[in-house]
Structure formats: structure tokens, C-alpha cells
Design a protein around this ligand. Structure first.
Ligand code: ZN
Length: 177
């Protein structure tokens, strides 16, 4: 999965330590991104779905329309969270996760299996803050806030990506002493 993310980043001309614009990656894959408030032109089914399930915690969804794919996002969230949401949905797309039959059901979690949810979240991490870059940041002793600023992710997302690499850096230093 890491290789898939690395290839996608390379296709956008990014180096391992560059921040990724998930919206640019959507354009690269011909996926239009719509705001939840902007759904009228998309499909009646989608409007019905999101007007009945719209909640503050709802983030985004990848939706098949024929052979095309669109992403609908909750644009009320902070930019950092929206970037992570889009990257997560791209993760489902890039890994070609099959949609379940209850796609247009109550929550996003029911669109995919639990395993696929974990994989999509892993992909979002690899797209936005690849482990290679996270290790580099760990050796530079970057705080979550530094990672957040540089890669355009939330401090929580930064923590998720930095946890392992920080242990790695710590161990590497301990070995050198
Ligand atoms: Zn998901």
C-alpha cells in the first residue's frame, strides 16, 4: 500500500518531504469533489442521502455514479481535516475497494468493511505524511505542530503518523550511544 501512495505522490511530481494536495490528486484521477451544500447538480439519490444523514461528525464519501466516481465532502470542517477526509476517500479509490450493497446507508462506515476502513486511513497517512518523511521529521525532532504546518494536517493526524517514527529515531539514537 505504501508503494501505491508513493507512486501517486510521484505522479504529482512530489518529493517524499513535500506536502500533497489531495484535491490535485482527485483531479488527476478525474474525481470531482462536491461540497455537501452543493449537491443539487449531482444526483437526486445523493441529495436525499446526505440531507437525511448530514451531521456535524460526517466527513466525506466516495460515491459511484455509473463508472464515474465523485467525492462529497463536509466543507464545514477545518481545512486540515478536509484534506485528511479527501485523502481517506482517495485511499478507498486507489485500493479499488468494492462498494457494499448498502452504500447509501446511514453512515460512511457501512460503505466499506472495517478492514478497508483501516486500509483507507493508512493510505491517507501515506499520501499526506509518508513514513519516510515522518522519519525525517522525527530525526529533526519536529513537534506535531511543525508536522501539522508543513504537511497541512491536524496535530492529531501528525501524532498518528509520527508515533512510530519517533520511537524509531529514539532507538536509532540509543544504538549510537
Ligand atoms: Zn472510509
Amino acid at each position: 500500500m505504501s508503494e501505491v501512495a508513493a507512486e501517486e505522490r510521484a505522479a504529482l511530481g512530489l518529493r517524499p518531504f513535500d506536502s500533497l494536495d489531495p484535491y490535485a490528486l482527485c483531479r488527476e484521477h478525474g474525481i470531482s469533489v462536491y461540497s455537501i451544500d452543493d449537491l443539487a447538480d449531482v444526483s437526486e439519490e445523493a441529495v436525499e442521502h446526505f440531507t437525511t444523514t448530514k451531521t456535524g461528525s460526517w466527513s466525506a464519501a466516495l460515491i459511484p455514479i455509473g463508472s464515474a466516481r465523485i467525492i462529497v465532502e463536509n466543507s464545514a470542517h477545518h481545512a486540515h481535516r478536509r484534506r485528511a477526509n479527501i485523502a481517506h476517500e482517495l485511499g478507498h479509490h486507489l485500493l479499488e475497494h468494492p462498494f457494499s450493497e448498502v452504500l447509501l446507508d446511514q453512515s460512511h462506515a457501512q460503505s466499506f468493511t472495517d478492514d478497508h476502513e483501516k486500509q483507507a486511513t493508512f493510505m491517507a497517512g501515506e499520501l499526506l505524511v509518508p513514513q519516510h518523511a515522518a522519519k525525517k521529521a522525527a530525526f529533526r525532532d519536529w513537534a506535531n505542530e511543525d508536522v501539522s504546518l508543513h504537511f497541512g494536517v491536524s496535530a492529531q493526524f501528525a501524532q498518528m503518523q509520527m508515533k512510530g517514527p519517533r520511537v524509531y529515531a529514539q532507538n536509532a539514537r540509543a544504538r549510537q550511544r
